[in-house]
Design a protein around this ligand. Structure first.
Ligand code: FAD
Length: 474
């Protein structure tokens, strides 16, 4: 059989892989279940404006990822000044922290408590923090943990911080120490390389999804195939069950391939395989995802607040983040005189809010947006819309790594199979990490490079000269 790669999913991981393979002259077919290109990073028209699925900030220090962006977006981007704040118990805290803002927002007692608990950790640090609570308390002290980490994190994951693997904290807030945060608060971010402190980012003028739409156009006009609204049911292997043979579409159509790149949920992919050993099934069954419900509201006012997005830490409301698309770039808003907000609710599939009628969810959203005073009773809500995004967040519950190891050992024995992406590889990827996985999967397939794709994670960009060599097998 002639070399052919089938790619499952046209999100950032799948489409960047297709793009790179096409550039290398390889035959590619992409199958995408939805009618959109871009996966969770897609953009779409809403009430005469352009929006994303929540906030989508693109940021990378790696030249391969930035080259992918600039090759496709060219000059069609704008630099967005990031403004984000934390809303906590009727107060707004600048994010990243700004010293004067923190001081004016806190009572003397709170400041003393922060210093006291931080001091305690300095004197008596935990040697080996195992869960998120231990990790953050170790780095920042108990008071700051309770104010700025606990509630938001528990809203996001739906489980106690003591059950979340310390790994997640290490990935997301890796080298951000209280000292770095305070330094940034005093002197600003110039020269500070930490990701969460970066305050300007490049954004495609027509929304984050433009990047992937253009990559898809390139594939389609250079001999590749991108097929939308076509869900892949399962992949199948050769007789010896040690190499991929092809895929089956939902309508039963069979397609053969020499390589398969999957960005579908790792759990569904394995469940679709035959003869999966018991221990692998057990490990897979312990992996699970958190869903997101996005509620878009169109408000008849322009100057609601100045942030790109707000983190809602207050425990008295359910939603955790609000994006204001008015504050990204004028090309998104066109000539419109309204503001589109997007509120994020996180939940599991069995929760009532997930199965609730759209009207009920909109009602909850409207009540909450009033409760935190982001809009006043005089502001008219002109339109509302709900979008449900299943399996957004791979849950890093303590112990998940042991289960992932069992799954990876099993998958690594199958030749020609490459699992990448946020739910494809069960990694809490941002766009840049998924793109990197896609590009490197293409190198592996086309150039037979020895790369361990499982090693690519959110750590990659933190490494000093964060280059591809970091993930090459020596
Ligand atoms: C609310 C929100 C905010 C975010 N904010 C940011 C941000 O600020 N910055 C940032 O960099 N990232 C952000 N992200 C993350 C970013 O969207 C993801 O990292 C990125 O989309 C992951 O790309 P992916 O290709 O791995 O997965 P996805 O985008 O999920 O793409 C997978 C694709 O596979 C398709 N698929 C699944 N199963 C099948 C099947 N069986 N057959 C065919 N197709 C299938 C899906 O329909 C989907 O299109 C955010 C995500 C969300 C949800």
């Amino acid at each position: 059989m002639k070399e052919k790669t089938i790619i499952i999913g046209a999100g950032p991981a799948g489409i960047s892989c297709a793009y790179a393979l096409t550039k290398k002259g390889k035959k590619v077919e992409v199958y995408e279940a939805s009618k959109n290109i871009g996966g969770m990073a897609r953009s779409f028209e809403l009430w005469g404006q352009r929006v994303d699925l929540g906030p989508h900030r693109f940021f990378s220090k790696q030249k391969e990822i930035n080259a992918f962006f600039t090759e496709l977006i060219k000059e069609d981007f704008t630099l967005v000044e990031r403004q984000t704040r934390i809303y906590y118990r009727q107060r707004y805290f600048n994010y990243p922290l700004k010293l004067n803002n923190v001081l004016t927002n806190l009572s003397l007692l709170e400041i003393l408590q922060i210093l006291w608990f931080f001091g305690l950790r300095l004197v008596k640090p935990l040697r080996n923090p195992k869960n998120f609570e231990e990790w953050v308390t170790n780095a920042f002290g108990k008071k700051l943990y309770e104010m700025f980490f606990k509630h938001y994190t528990e809203k996001l994951w739906g489980i106690a911080c003591t059950k979340i693997d310390a790994d997640w904290a290490a990935q997301r807030i890796k080298t951000l120490t209280l000292l770095a945060a305070v330094k940034s608060a005093i002197i600003g971010n110039k020269g500070n390389k930490h990701k969460t402190l970066v305050d300007q980012f490049a954004y495609p003028k027509n929304g984050s999804g433009t990047l992937y739409e253009r990559a898809s156009d390139y594939v389609a006009s250079n001999g590749g195939k991108v097929v939308l609204e076509t869900r892949i049911k399962r992949i199948f292997l050769n007789q010896k069950e040690d190499e991929v043979k092809g895929i089956e579409l939902e309508d039963g159509t069979i397609k053969y391939a020499t390589s398969i790149v999957s960005t579908m949920p790792i759990t569904s992919l394995i469940r679709g395989l035959e003869n999966v050993p018991k221990e692998v099934k057990k490990a897979v069954n312990s992996l699970y995802f958190r869903n997101t419900i996005l509620v878009y509201l169109e408000i008849d006012r322009l100057d609601l607040f100045t942030d790109n997005w707000l983190y809602i830490h207050s425990p008295d409301v359910r939603h955790g983040r609000v994006t204001n698309f008015r504050n990204w770039c004028p090309s998104l808003n066109r000539d419109s005189k309204t503001t589109i907000l997007c509120m994020e609710f996180w939940c599991f599939e069995h929760e009532e809010i997930w199965t609730s009628e759209e009207d009920n969810v909109i009602e909850i959203a409207k009540n909450e947006i009033h409760k935190i005073n982001l809009i006043s009773s005089e502001d008219k809500i002109l339109n509302a819309k709900v979008i449900k995004v299943p399996k957004c967040y791979p849950v890093y519950e303590t112990g998940y790594q042991e289960n992932m190891k069992i799954v990876i050992d099993f998958l690594d024995k199958i030749k020609g199979l490459y699992l990448i992406g946020r739910y494809g590889a069960f990694k809490y990827n941002n766009q840049d990490h998924s793109i990197l996985m896609g590009l490197l999967a293409a190198d592996k397939i086309a150039d037979k490079k020895q790369i361990n794709l499982w090693e690519i994670n959110t750590d990659t960009e933190y490494q000093e000269d964060g280059k591809i060599k970091d993930v090459l097998v020596q």
